[in-house]
Design a protein around this ligand. Sequence first.
Ligand SMILES: [Zn+2]
Length: 460
Amino acid sequence: MKKVFLMMMVLMFLNIVVQAQKKSLKGSMPFKAPCTTLMGSALLPTAIDTTQGRSVANNDLIWENGDVILVKFMDDVGSQSLRNMIMQYAKSWEQYANITFKFVPDNTPVTNIRVKLGSRDDNLGHNSQLGIACNNVPQYLQTLNLDTSDFIDYKAYVEQYKKGGPFLEYLKRKGTNFNNYTYGDLYKDVVAFKDPNIKWNYSSMRGTTTHEFGHALGLLHEQSYPNGIKWNKDTVYKYYAKYQGWNKAKVDFNVLEASDIFYTNGTSYDPLSIMHYPVLAWQTLDGFTVGSNTELSDGDKKIIAALYPKDKKISELAVPKIQITNIDYGEIKTDNVKKGLLIYPSFDIQTSALLGTVYFVARLTTEDGMYYIPTTNENYSWNKMAATYVKMRLMPSTNTSFNKNGKKNLELFFPFKEMPDLKGQKVKVEFSVYQDDVVNNRYQKLTFNFLSSPVTVPGK
Ligand SMILES: [Zn+2]
């Protein structure tokens, strides 16, 4: 009996020591990770255009108006209540856009968008593929990452830490050393705690989720609006280098630069946009700031309604789009009877609701694939480089397979006699698809290309 009493006294004493030590928290609260959607990663290397301004969207990547986009969560991660909130925020776009995010069970084999709920440990951050670029991602990979540890209401756990509660009990149970206990330690412990009654920061969750689903609809970062913000570049570089480990190029790309790949959709700069990063006074030369936007702005509602109108079949901002998938090198052969190169690229092509004209182009390159070969031939040339091409009008909203399953339905022919003098030399053939973009008065919008293995030109 005495022993037990003594034990209790010791435990009480230890508890007092712990109580006395745990009052303070060192360091500062960790930052929420910024969105790391790469504006260029989903886009094509030879981006063209634009004129004045830009828009909040990449019109080349918007879905068809009225599309039902299939979305699933990956890997059985996330409680139903968390998923419900994320679905609700994603679907907030539907109120203004003629688009449906249809959430389907995790075991659905084919979906358009796949959400991976991660945490600080896996370092995936917050990001999304842009618009229909989601369709280019293999089914086993996610198209949208959300770091749910940024959605936790840490203030609630700081409260428990200071005043007691299940979280403090958990810390004691695992023998936490409260000397020099920092905010960083606390944030980590909160994630590890896996509170069954987790306290969420719903405005943070809403802001980030809505933002990422905005990317999934084809929207871009608003802070890139040209001359919208007078950045204090040096401090911005230092900040992102320190807290995100980003190099200058990444900061330029994600934060500072107004990309020239955007369409001008007649919008004006909207600092309230959900697609805007927070901007702090020290990041700008004139002290301009933008808060953490967590709700759709009037500007967001307007642009998304223009891109996906409910009262029209096709948006006025729509551009003809083609998507090319299932590419393989096809077949290239020298034909000594026809005396030329026969080129059979193999791919599937899908068109949007607008009629498009495409050029299937095969250009000769040097054996290393580094240089095009100049020509003076006017017929077998693409911008004065040796090439053969086919022009084709593609019907709207169709799927076509070329040179698949043993069928030969697209042939490009390059007669030897129309080539520059290449007798006995090895060349490669670069196959490209260009789109005639009449709406935006842009010629030759490259949609994709690939390079063959070397072939030898036998001579004329
Ligand atoms: Zn973003």
